[in-house]
Design a protein around this ligand. Structure first.
Ligand SMILES: Nc1ncnc2c1ncn2[C@@H]1O[C@H](COP(=O)(O)OP(=O)(O)OP(=O)(O)O)[C@@H](O)[C@H]1O
Ligand SMILES: [Mg+2]
Ligand SMILES: [Zn+2]
Length: 485
């Protein structure tokens, strides 16, 4: 007797259909799985056998072969347990095979038959729907995510429940897709006192999705400011929210009880992160921090402490908004459209730029520190701002403007942006002069024009004037950091 179940394998950020065929034949009792890597295969066998007996179902005492097709597709993870167990139950006539064939299934089995969540339920559900299936049998934790795909999730806590459902003796609860909750949460800009220029740059970064570098002595509020950027970014559209949720689902990062990522993500990897951790790669391949930050913020605190190769690897996504990762067959392309925010001190000891301190760094140490950031990387920061020590009167003054107010301005400016920017004649002339005097690269020129446009949009003006270009030029690294580079 032969029975089939449908499931999916994750390849990068996509789910590929996998047919599970269970074949029972006369002969000495044996169990083999073909089409899976060896180690995972052994483990799946143990869990499926133990799960079926714990569910008080019968383990067929015959020759059992399970085939996962197509064989050429790399299959990773434990999500095949539940579909394998269901195919075995159907092949041994314990559940109706025709009914199983109308479902996709996904989930890991515990040895006692409980069904556990696995990453990627959203993309699996979307793939199942594309294949014309209308229901996905899955662990309860994955059900809201699956519902986002417009498929009916069948949440089951235990293999026995899945069996009862397919026999028609158990009715699982209906699961509605989660709704966007909006609202930002997170720390508020009202906490930041003074630092008007840095706050302005933060608002520009949010409105035009420009990359921002905050540089200055220790304890001046750089980290504090950077952490408040997501709170002033516009809401994600529903398509964007789904796009981000898909990525976080595959990475197994969806927080419990919050299956829809409806706010721009904020990723802050540690400075010891490897290149693969930052841009993705390895088996699978797996998405890196740059992809997890898609449509949100990638925050590199203490930028100069990161490994230089990891920083350099960000140059391509910063330009393209995506990352190409080589793999055995061709390459995978991961989305990576994020706002990069970096912070750093002006020297290793932190004394530079601080009137109350003295720099004790040797010239060699200083040179090595500056070498960490290539000109090419610095060139990609649209907004570079020195964050000086605030005066005591500023710190004792009234709280700053709240994030909600700033976000309101950001949202109305963002809808006014045009591509390419519409430069006025005086604006264009000033920019042309800056190309020679600064000097400005071709990329730099285009980036200044975009920042100037954001400034004009925030001011509610349709045309980009010389004053907007002038402000944009003031944030370029050679202007702001002077002899630093
Ligand atoms: N402008 C400010 N308004 C309110 N509080 C501030 C401000 N600047 C600093 N602080 C206080 O100082 C603490 C340290 O700030 P933060 O960690 O942002 O400094 P930093 O500039 O990132 O320093 P480092 O270069 O050492 O990382 C904050 O948690 C906050 O309590
Ligand atoms: Mg800091
Ligand atoms: Zn120093």
């Amino acid at each position: 007797m032969l029975a089939r179940a449908t499931t999916h394998a994750l390849v990068g950020l996509e789910a590929w259909p996998v047919e599970v065929e269970a074949h029972l034949q006369r002969g000495v009792p044996a169990f083999s799985i073909v089409g899976l890597p060896d180690k995972a295969c052994q483990e799946a066998k143990e869990r499926v056998r133990s799960g079926i007996t714990s569910a008080e179902l019968e383990w067929p005492l015959r020759r059992l072969t399970v085939n996962l097709a197509p064989a050429g597709l790399r299959k990773e993870g434990s999500g095949f347990d539940l579909p394998i167990a269901l195919a075995v139950l159907a092949a041994s006539h314990q559940i109706p095979a025709e009914r199983l064939a109308q479902h996709a299934a996904l989930g890991e089995l515990a040895l006692d038959g409980r069904v556990r969540p696995v990453p990627g339920a959203l993309v699996a559900a979307e793939a199942a729907r594309r294949a014309g299936l209308e229901r996905l049998i899955c662990p309860p934790e994955s059900a809201p995510e699956a519902a986002l795909a417009g498929i009916e999730p069948i949440p089951v806590e235990h293999l026995a429940q899945a069996g009862a459902y397919l026999r028609g003796t158990f009715k699982p609860p209906r699961v509605a897709p989660p709704e966007a909750r909006n609202g930002s949460g997170g720390p508020d800009l009202a906490d930041v006192r003074g630092q008007e220029r840095a706050r302005r740059a933060l608002e520009l970064a949010a409105a035009g999705r420009h990359n921002l570098l905050l540089a200055g002595p220790p304890g001046t509020g750089k980290t504090m400011l950077a952490r408040r950027l997501p709170g002033i970014l516009p809401e994600l559209t529903i398509e964007q929210a789904l796009e981000v949720t898909r990525i976080h689902s595959v990475a197994g990062l969806l927080p419990a009880g919050r299956p829809l990522v409806d706010r721009p993500p904020f990723r802050a990897p540690h400075h010891t992160a490897s290149t693969a951790a930052i841009v993705g790669g390895g088996a699978g391949p797996r998405p890196g921090e740059a992809t997890l930050a898609h449509r949100g913020v990638l925050f590199l605190d203490e930028l100069a402490e990161f490994y230089r190769p990891a920083l350099e690897a960000l140059r391509q996504p910063l330009e393209d908004g995506s990352i190409a990762i080589a793999r055995v067959q061709g390459h995978a392309v991961f989305p990576a459209r994020f706002v990069l925010v970096g912070t750093m001190n002006l020297c290793p000891c932190g004394g530079r730029g601080d009137p109350a301190a003295q720099c004790s760094c040797s010239p060699q140490r200083l040179a090595a520190y500056r070498d960490k950031l290539s000109r090419a990387l610095l060139d990609r920061f649209d907004l570079v701002v020195q964050v000086p020590r605030a005066r005591s009167t500023e710190l004792a003054g009234s709280p700053g403007e709240a994030s909600a107010v700033v976000r309101g301005r950001v949202e109305s400016a963002a809808v006014r942006l045009r591509d390419p920017p519409d430069l006025s004649k005086p604006g264009a002339e000033l920019l042309a002069r800056a190309v020679d005097s600064l000097p400005l690269s071709g990329r730099g020129r285009a980036r200044v024009a975009r920042v100037a446009e954001t400034i004009a949009a925030l001011a509610g003006e349709a045309s980009v004037g010389a004053e907007h270009v002038a402000e944009a030029l003031s944030y370029r690294s050679p202007t702001e950091l002077g002899s630093w580079t």
